[in-house]
Design a protein around this ligand. Structure first.
Ligand SMILES: [Zn+2]
Length: 281
């Protein structure tokens, strides 16, 4: 299904669509009650953390609905259906203690994107744990070095340094090149992608809810569907089987936010209210 990139696509620094598609779900931490036990601290980050039982229910619901195995970027070449990928951002300790064993109980592997400046902190994985996940068949990728609050606002030099430093630290840990990454906060720009490509990243996951795979400077850009603490297992399963209405809803909401952010705060609230009414209607 996945074609070779043309010379034009390799050379182009503009974002271009390819004929490739995939459904990728974006998770963060999985905790046992204590929100501060894994990953980034604070109320904002907690909105994305699932409890263990909830995460188990998500995986069971996904397993019951999909007709194909969960894939990794490395096996997209052979994929014939709309492939489903699971990704986990930030590099919190729960990737090692909860998430990977639960994925493996289904025979699945995931993509773990690590904020390398946090490696070894109490609520983040250490180098040994990251190495072990890689040896168990999971994909280890970069989530930048410092997780800047607005990565798309950085100069190209700083951006390149974020990707290069992070990829180098991880490749030394897992003893293989690091070719995947995800964008912190989902703040994507072509500069974010071009600098990632320069640092050797071939697959860059952002937070745009789309199945369309694009390419910038030879780096494939993968959209993702965000999973929140409040996301029911059934919703995750419907996303995984490619439910059009749900995908459309996430896409509408994401685009409305983007427009409203440009217009200013109160417009965002109005737009959100309008959208919710439309969806209810
Ligand atoms: Zn993050």
């Amino acid at each position: 299904m996945v074609e070779q990139l043309s010379a034009l696509e390799m050379a182009s620094t503009e974002k271009r669509e390819t004929s490739m598609k995939a459904i990728t779900l974006l998770y963060h931490d999985v905790v046992k009650g204590d929100m501060e036990s894994s990953g980034i601290a604070g109320a904002g980050a907690a909105l994305y953390k699932l409890d263990v039982d909830q995460f188990k229910a998500h995986l069971d619901a996904i397993a019951a609905t999909i007709t194909q195995p969960i894939r990794l970027v490395s096996d997209l070449i052979e994929a014939s259906d709309l492939p489903v990928l699971l990704t986990f951002d930030d590099g919190g300790i729960s990737a090692y203690t909860q998430i990977a064993p639960l994925l493996e109980s289904h025979g699945w592997r995931g993509h773990f994107f690590i904020t390398t400046a946090r490696i070894g902190e109490p609520t983040f994985m250490n180098a040994d744990q990251i190495r072990e996940l890689a040896s168990r068949g999971h994909v280890i990728g970069s989530h930048s070095h410092t997780h800047p609050s607005l990565i798309s606002g950085l100069s190209n030099d700083v951006l390149l340094d974020e990707w290069r430093t992070s990829a180098q630290i991880l490749s030394e840990i897992i003893d293989q090149p690091v070719t995947t990454a995800s964008v912190p906060g989902g703040f994507f720009s072509t500069d974010v992608a071009q600098t990632a490509a320069k640092a050797g990243i071939q697959w860059l996951f952002n937070s745009e809810p789309t199945t369309q795979i694009s390419v910038v400077a030879g780096c494939r850009i993968m959209g993702r569907y965000n999973i929140w603490r409040k996301t029911p297992a059934e919703t995750a399963a419907r996303l995984a089987r490619g439910d059009m209405s749900l995908r459309l809803m996430q896409s509408l909401s994401w685009n409305a936010k983007k427009v409203a952010k440009r217009l200013g705060g109160s417009s965002y609230v109005k737009m959100r209210r309008l959208l919710l009414n439309l969806l209810r209607g």
